[in-house]
Design a protein around this ligand. Structure first.
Ligand code: MTE
Ligand code: MO
Length: 420
């Protein structure tokens, strides 16, 4: 530890025993038991250093430390139907910008199908010159690209009418994750089949029991869309669409059809269930906005956040994530007084388009009440709004696309809760 004994960021307590307590307890012949100080205690050779560790390749596919068991995906509510469910990413437990594949949020409308890649086919037909049936081997032969992109469900942050004070950031914002996706650009496959001039919209259909289907306008399809077969360096996880999925950067997650089996080119939208009765935004005047694709700029403080307990006054690093479906994040401002004053956070490089951006800001908690907020700005100049600004335009009938500023309330006791 590099801090001077009393002036350090962690305060005096850690240097007199706080930090060493865990180690002393973990040592068979604890120094404390022998009446030594915490420094001597921490310098005792622990049990695990006195013996050989586990051998290599056990198990062949590595798993997290058993001490990290508490870190996991969880549903916010009990689903009405077990296979039509979602689980959130534990944002409060993660660092940097990449979501480990096993913690990528999940949203399935009819569960996770078990697809044999040997038997899986992608059909491309409709208004094309040369309809194609592709095997996974065929798809793997096309020129490939990798992209770091976030994926966010438009139902993330269901706080149009406020949320529960008990919600953690996993519950308010967990339906977002960020991966490196690898696959073939959709435009590469469209070149292969030869798009007819009347072709304007593309139906994408999944092979799951929901046969999830959405219509994609041509400009979105040609804007770097990926037919992905890999995620974070390995094949897609079954939950993420193994063996093949669409990934549309910056666009509501619902459009990124998993277990992709069919692309049909048409001259107009196909008006599937998911774009008529669902995934539309009901406005105050009773009309509904349809095809609201882009995920607008948004941010959230992940630490400290709902459910956390600050134990000591003094130094904290406020950490969080920001993103925009329209490009790069250019700034994140952080307030600790509910928006009265703002300070600019540091953005972790590289800051990538339509990717998560990690921000950090040093903060000294004096022990009083605080309201922690973050506000993202993207390269179009768009500034993340407060809830009232959203409600003024869109009312509170909507379920989707809530990107308002999040507030975490810190009590003088150090308890942190959702104040949205
Ligand atoms: N075939 C199919 N694709 C699908 C879905 C689905 O249920 N079936 N869910 C959609 C929704 S609503 C979202 S938010 C994303 C979730 O992707 P993920 O589970 O990989 O996070 O996939 C989309 N693609
Ligand atoms: Mo979603």
């Amino acid at each position: 530890m590099s801090f001077a004994s009393s002036g350090g960021r962690l305060g005096r307590r850690q240097f007199l025993g706080g930090a060493a307590a865990g180690l002393v307890a973990g040592t068979a012949s604890g120094a404390a038991a022998q009446g030594q100080g915490p420094l001597q205690g921490a310098l005792q050779v622990p049990a695990w250093t006195r013996e050989q560790g586990e051998g290599v390749a056990s198990p062949p596919y590595g798993v997290p430390s058993p001490f990290e068991k508490a870190v996991g995906r969880r549903p916010r509510t009990k689903p009405a139907f077990p296979t039509a469910a979602s689980t959130g990413t534990p944002l409060q437990d993660l660092h940097g910008i990449i979501t480990p594949s096993g913690l990528h949020y999940e949203r399935h409308h009819a569960g996770v199908p078990a697809i044999d890649p040997e038997q899986h086919r992608l059909v491309i037909h409709g208004l094309v010159d040369r309809p194609l049936v592709l095997t996974m081997n065929d798809i793997a032969r096309f020129p490939s690209v990798s992209r770091l992109w976030f994926l966010e469900c438009s139902g993330n942050t269901p706080q149009w009418t406020g949320g529960s004070a008990k919600w953690t950031v996993q519950e308010t914002h967990g339906l977002i994750s960020c991966s490196e996706w690898t696959g073939v650009r959709l435009s590469t496959l469209l070149d292969e089949v030869g798009l007819r001039p009347q072709g304007r919209w593309i139906l994408a259909e999944g092979a799951d029991g929901a046969a999830m289907s959405r219509s994609i306008p041509l400009d979105v399809a040609l804007d770097d869309a990926l037919i992905a077969y890999a995620q974070n360096g390995e094949h897609l996880r079954p939950e993420q669409g193994y063996p093949l999925r669409l990934v549309l950067p910056g666009i509501e997650g619902n459009m990124s059809i998993k277990w992709l089996r069919r692309l049909k080119v048409g001259d107009q939208p196909f008006q599937t269930r998911e774009e008529t009765s669902k995934y539309t935004d009901l406005m105050p005047d009773g009309t509904a906005r349809q095809f609201t694709f882009v995920m607008e700029a948004k941010s959230v403080i992940t630490s400290p956040s709902g459910g956390h307990q600050l134990r000591d006054k003094g130094f904290y690093e406020i950490r969080g994530l920001a993103w925009s479906g329209r490009g790069r994040i250019t700034a994140v401002d952080v307030s600790t007084d509910g928006g009265a004053t703002w300070r600019r956070a540091e953005l972790q490089a590289p800051v990538l388009s339509r990717c998560l951006t990690r921000f950090r800001l040093p903060w000294t908690w004096e022990g009083g009440p605080a309201l922690l907020q973050s506000r993202a700005v993207d390269e179009t100049g768009y500034v993340q709004p407060v809830r009232q600004q959203l409600v003024d335009v869109r009312g509170v009938n909507s379920q989707y696309h809530f990107n308002g500023i999040q507030t975490w309330k810190v009590e003088p006791t150090g308890e942190v809760s959702n104040a949205a």
